[in-house]
Design a protein. Structure first.
Length: 195
């Protein structure tokens, strides 16, 4: 008698696609060890790596219909995990850039961890900043996102947008100025502890 442990990844994926949760559970048990180690190389924090592992399996479950059984399952799963690692890195870059734009230098307590009441304030300020960035006109938002959040140089951003580096610099400056006008300046005061 064949057990789930004896089935190939392709067979388990086929069964999971048809709603067999136990088959997908076997896929997770089979691949979670090496996949966690793969993710851990990209994500410094072990708890964050575990979160990315979970996100990867959730995405894999949702994308089973797109899995090609003729191709290696591990490569497919690794690609999903790599995309999740990149998404996490982008979110962290956005957060760092946003905190920089808000003027927060990461004030911390003696144990070198964020001060708890400031963490909630930071999250609220980041949400307001995300909304404000989303409301920028495309001509300002795109250069800002490419340079401040994606890490491109003014020249690289200009090449992507079809404008010169000086135009990118000007638009980023205007975007920052517009964000400063839109954002409630109490965000900055709350984050730095000053009024």
């Amino acid at each position: 008698m064949t057990t789930a442990e004896d089935l190939s990844d392709a067979s388990l994926a086929r069964a999971a696609r048809q709603g067999d949760h136990a088959a997908f559970g076997q896929i997770m048990r089979r691949h979670k060890g090496w996949l966690y180690q793969f993710i851990r190389r990209y994500v410094a924090d072990k708890d964050d790596a575990y979160d990315v592992l979970q996100e990867s399996f959730v995405s894999a479950w949702g994308a089973l219909a797109r899995f090609d059984p003729e191709r290696p399952f591990e490569a497919w799963l690794r690609r999903i995990a790599l995309n999740k690692c990149r998404d996490r890195a982008r979110r962290n870059a956005v957060k760092r850039a946003a905190l920089t734009m808000l003027g927060w230098t990461g004030q911390q307590n003696e144990t070198n961890t964020p001060v708890p009441d400031r963490t909630a304030t930071v999250d609220q300020a980041l949400k307001r900043l995300e909304t404000a960035i989303g409301a920028l006109p495309r001509s300002l938002k795109e250069p800002l996102v490419l340079t401040m959040l994606e890490g491109h140089s003014h020249k690289e951003a200009g090449e992507l947008l079809g404008i010169n580096a000086k135009a990118v610099e000007t638009r980023v400056y205007r975007a920052k100025r517009q964000l400063a006008l839109v954002l409630d300046r109490s965000d900055l005061a709350d984050l730095t502890g000053s009024r």
